[in-house]
Structures are given as structure tokens and as C-alpha cells.
Design a protein around this ligand. Structure first.
Ligand SMILES: *[C@@H]1O[C@H](CO)[C@@H](O)[C@H](O)[C@H]1NC(C)=O
Ligand SMILES: *[C@@H]1O[C@H](CO)[C@@H](O)[C@H](O)[C@H]1NC(C)=O
Length: 384
């Protein structure tokens, strides 16, 4: 009887989540995303732990929360979940969800993971860099000339990120996932630097805003699921995101020009709350890490074709693709040195911090740019 009640309760909870946008983030395009509520998130983890007490149910039930369902990284995690299920003979069940469905705002995610409200979550640097400035080191837009270099940077500072996630944010990093190149989805044509001037553009991180503002655009932080409506209503003239992320949110319906790319393979950290991680037996921890490694590599490998596919898909949906002009590319390189890197140095607390030292020690040799004692960026070699 109790069991029946529990099943009914879980059914109701699932129903509630479905109503909140169970058919993916596109369900939230209308902008009905609820404000971040502790109650919703707490209910979610309760639902997860309740189901693990069911007879014939998996021994361990983990809830995974991504930024969005509408990106290939979500499909990569579906394959991860499948492999973990197979390798553990069903002992581990991972339920998948996304922030808009739970009504969670990006900037809260690290705190929610730290205190265990979220058990396993995708953490994006742009959302949480206020609390964790080092995390933005991999996404200093414009500073890294190509994806290869950026990949080296992300790998070089990985051990520092993993250590800090453990020590300061009570989390165990399971894997990274990568997003492909970023594009400006614009309502008006953009061929010259002048065309960018004054455009109200959606940004998703401080360093991206520094780059966009440096191009004389007017960068504004807007939650991913709310950009469509802002573009539709003319509150925004343009939005920046990964090519397939914008496609997934149907930005092609409200913009006409796909401009870029901003060379980037943005990484997100997929981490588990440390207390919940420590409750898992070692063999299961090992399986999660091993399968995570595969998914990480798979998404890194995927970024190149995702960029191509996303251009094709957006063009097929009616957008015109405009490659950045050499003039815009040059401007981006200059803004990166004069604005993106120095402003990040200010945000991390200045040139005499541990984070700046990590940059100079591990990143500078890869990119040929160092942070000077006065906090400015200095070119140390022409071609890294
Ligand atoms: C967990 O952290 C979030 C974000 O910092 C906070 O809003 C929430 O109140 C915390 N919950 C608990 C149970 O401590
Ligand atoms: C990723 O690409 C490399 C190099 O092409 C290849 O060796 C590796 O097997 C690929 N990994 C996955 C998981 O697809």
C-alpha cells in the first residue's frame, strides 16, 4: 500500500516536471521558466532518492541536470547513462533533466551542487565565474587563436580545476563536455566592424561580454531559454551561443544572419556532489570515471562536425551564413589582449593571485601571452 502511494507520488512529480517543459527546452521558449526555487530542486532530489528505495529498483539513483536538452552534449550523456546502466547491471540509474525544467538559474548551479541539492550537474564557467574565477581560464574568448590551442589550455589547467572543485565546492569532477564554435545570430547583416556597433546582444559570460562590448556591441546577460522571446520582441538584436545550441532553440526563426565563428570549444564541468560521490562503492565510481572519459573524448571529437552541421542546419532553416571579415578577426585579436585578458585579471583579484600564477605557469607558454605584474597582457611570442 505504502509502495503504491509512493509510486503514485513519483508519478505526480514526473507529471509536474513534464508540465514544466518535459518536451525539452523548446517548451520554455515562451519564457514561462519559473524563477529559481529551492523547493523545486529539493523535490527533484527527493524524488530521486525515494525511487531508489523501491523494490527491484536500482541500488543507486542519481539525478543528472544539464544546461539544456537541445544540444548534442545531451545525447552524448544519454549514451553515457546507457553504458553505465549496462556495465553496472542496472545497479545505477541516472535520471536526466535540465535547468529550465527545474526552474534553476545558471549562477546558482555551483552552490546547489556544493550543498547537494543537485547531485550531478553540468557547470558552465560563464554562469559561475563570480564564485570560481579560475574556471573562466579556458573560455577567455579571443585569447586562444584556435580550438587546438584552447584544448591544450583546458587540459593544462584541468588538475587545478578538479582540485578546486573538490576543496572549495565539495564536488567530484566526473568529466568535461565540449561545445562547438560560437556564432552571432543577428537580425541585421554584419559585414564590417561598423555593422556591429550598438547591437544589443545576448552574452553568457563576463569575458564574452568584454569581447562583444569591445566590438562596440551592447552585451547583456540573458538566460538561454529566454533569448528567443527577447529576440522576437526586439529587446535583443542578436544573440551569441554555440551553433547547434542556437539551432536547438530555433533562433533561426527570429534572426537572419549567422555570423562568425568565434573560435572556441567551450568546456563545461560535469561534477557530482562529493558527499553523494563518497557514498558510491569504488567499483561504481571507477565505471563512472571511465565512461565519463569516453564521453569527454567523444564530445571533443564531435565539436568540429557539430560546427559544420550547425552551419548547414541553420542555413537550411533560412539563415544566411556570413564568415567574419579579416577586419573583424583582427579586431577580436586586439580586444582579447586589451580588454578580455586584463579584465579577467581584475576579476580574479589581480596579477598577484594564485590564479594569475597558474595562467603564467601553464597557459602562457601555450598561447604566447603572459600577464604582466601591472595586470596587462603581454605578447611573448608572435605565433604560439
Ligand atoms: C543550497 O545552495 C543554494 C544556492 O547557493 C541556496 O539557494 C540554497 O538555499 C541551499 N540549500 C540548502 C539546503 O542549504
Ligand atoms: C576521438 O578521435 C581520436 C582521433 O581521431 C580517436 O583516436 C578516438 O578513438 C576518438 N574517440 C572517441 C571516443 O570517439
Amino acid at each position: 500500500m505504502v509502495k503504491l502511494l509512493l509510486v503514485g507520488l513519483i508519478g505526480m512529480l514526473i507529471g509536474v516536471f513534464a508540465a514544466c517543459g518535459g518536451n525539452g527546452d523548446s517548451g520554455n521558449v515562451g519564457g514561462q521558466t519559473a524563477p529559481a526555487t529551492q523547493a523545486t530542486a529539493a523535490t527533484a532530489s527527493e524524488a530521486a532518492s525515494t525511487s531508489s528505495t523501491e523494490a527491484n529498483e536500482p541500488e543507486f539513483s542519481i539525478q543528472y541536470t544539464a544546461i539544456t536538452r537541445t544540444h548534442p552534449t545531451f545525447e552524448a550523456m544519454e549514451r553515457f547513462v546507457q553504458r553505465v546502466d549496462e556495465r553496472t547491471d542496472g545497479r545505477v540509474e541516472i535520471n536526466m533533466n535540465s535547468y529550465p525544467e527545474l526552474g534553476i538559474a545558471g549562477p546558482d548551479t555551483l552552490g546547489l551542487l556544493k550543498n547537494g541539492t543537485l547531485s550531478f550537474a553540468m557547470i558552465y564557467s560563464g554562469y559561475v565565474a563570480g564564485e570560481f574565477p579560475l574556471i573562466e581560464m579556458g573560455e577567455l574568448w579571443g585569447v586562444y587563436p584556435d580550438a587546438e590551442t584552447q584544448g591544450k589550455v583546458i587540459r593544462a589547467v584541468r588538475e587545478d580545476e578538479v582540485r578546486m572543485m573538490r576543496e572549495e565546492f565539495n564536488s567530484q569532477v566526473i568529466l568535461y563536455e565540449f561545445f562547438e564554435n560560437q556564432f552571432i545570430f543577428s537580425k541585421t547583416p554584419v559585414n564590417t566592424v561598423e555593422d556591429l556597433e550598438g547591437l544589443k546582444v545576448r552574452s553568457h559570460s563576463a569575458s564574452l561580454s568584454d569581447l562583444l562590448d569591445g566590438l562596440n556591441m551592447d552585451a547583456q546577460f540573458v538566460a538561454f531559454s529566454e533569448v528567443y522571446v527577447a529576440l522576437e520582441r526586439g529587446i535583443l538584436d542578436a544573440g551569441v551561443t554555440a551553433g547547434s545550441a542556437g539551432f536547438g532553440q530555433r533562433w533561426y526563426e527570429v534572426t537572419d544572419y549567422l555570423v562568425g565563428p568565434i573560435e572556441a570549444r567551450g568546456h563545461v564541468i560535469l561534477a557530482m556532489n562529493l558527499d553523494q560521490w563518497n557514498k558510491l562503492p569504488e567499483d561504481i565510481q571507477q565505471i563512472l570515471l571511465e565512461e565519463g572519459q569516453k564521453t569527454e573524448e567523444e564530445t571533443w571529437n564531435g565539436t568540429e562536425s557539430w560546427t559544420r552541421d550547425s552551419i548547414d542546419a541553420n542555413v537550411a532553416a533560412g539563415m544566411e551564413y556570413v564568415d567574419f571579415s579579416p577586419e573583424i578577426r583582427e579586431a577580436i585579436g586586439q580586444i582579447a589582449m586589451e580588454r578580455v585578458l586584463p579584465n579577467w585579471v581584475k576579476r580574479i583579484g589581480g596579477p598577484n593571485t594564485v590564479t594569475a600564477a597558474i595562467f603564467n605557469d601553464k597557459v602562457a607558454p601555450l598561447v604566447g601571452v603572459t600577464i604582466d605584474p601591472d595586470g596587462t597582457a603581454k605578447l611573448t611570442s608572435a605565433a604560439p
